[in-house]
Write a protein that binds this ligand. Structure first.
Ligand SMILES: [Zn+2]
Length: 181
């Protein structure tokens, strides 16, 4: 009986700590990611702030749900639930970001991808230092920054020669084909 009472007391104490965001509860949350010795006073304060913020958002969303509305996570615009994209994997069966913000995010990501592609093409075409260093360091323990500039220059020459040889070889091959026909 005694141990039952103790468990009951512990459960109640924990629920209370959770409700009031006591240090003990916050520490328990932080222990999922950090060692007990790593947890500082500042971390507890920050963590409490972020939990409070997310609880506020949750309460606000609950209130909005009762009138069939939802607030976008990104632009904070309130709109009917029906206008949010359905997604069964999400908690409420729909996404919490409005379709406009979603498409903006996707476009932004594609823009970044295209930019990277263009950048990579440019450095390869011009045999820029960055590219040559990348070639030299791939598959080696050397870091890009550790490669001496003379080596970069030499490698650039080599790559250039390889490129020219390849081009002339391709030319010869097409010429040969032209001859055959
Ligand atoms: Zn939005």
């Amino acid at each position: 009986m005694g141990s039952d009472k103790r468990t009951e007391y512990k459960r109640k104490y924990r629920a209370e700590a959770r409700r009031l965001l006591k240090d003990s509860y916050i520490k328990r949350c932080l222990k999922q990611k950090f060692k007990a010795s790593e947890i500082t006073e500042k971390m507890i304060i920050e963590c409490r702030k972020s939990i409070k913020k997310s609880r506020r958002r949750r309460d606000e969303l609950e209130k909005l749900r009762t009138i069939g509305k939802c607030k976008c996570r990104t632009c904070h615009k309130i709109d009917c639930i029906g206008n949010f994209t359905q997604d069964k994997s999400k908690k409420y069966g729909h996404r919490q970001v409005c379709p406009q913000c979603e498409s903006k995010r996707i476009n932004g990501r594609q823009g970044a991808k295209e930019y990277t592609k263009k950048y990579n093409k440019k450095i390869k075409e011009n045999l820029e230092d960055v590219y040559v260093r990348m070639v030299l360091s791939s598959g080696s323990i050397l870091k890009r920054g550790d490669i001496p500039q003379e080596l970069v220059g030499a490698k650039r020459q080599q790559l250039l020669i390889e490129r020219i040889t390849k081009e002339s070889w391709n030319e010869k091959r097409t010429n040969k084909r032209l001859w055959e026909f």
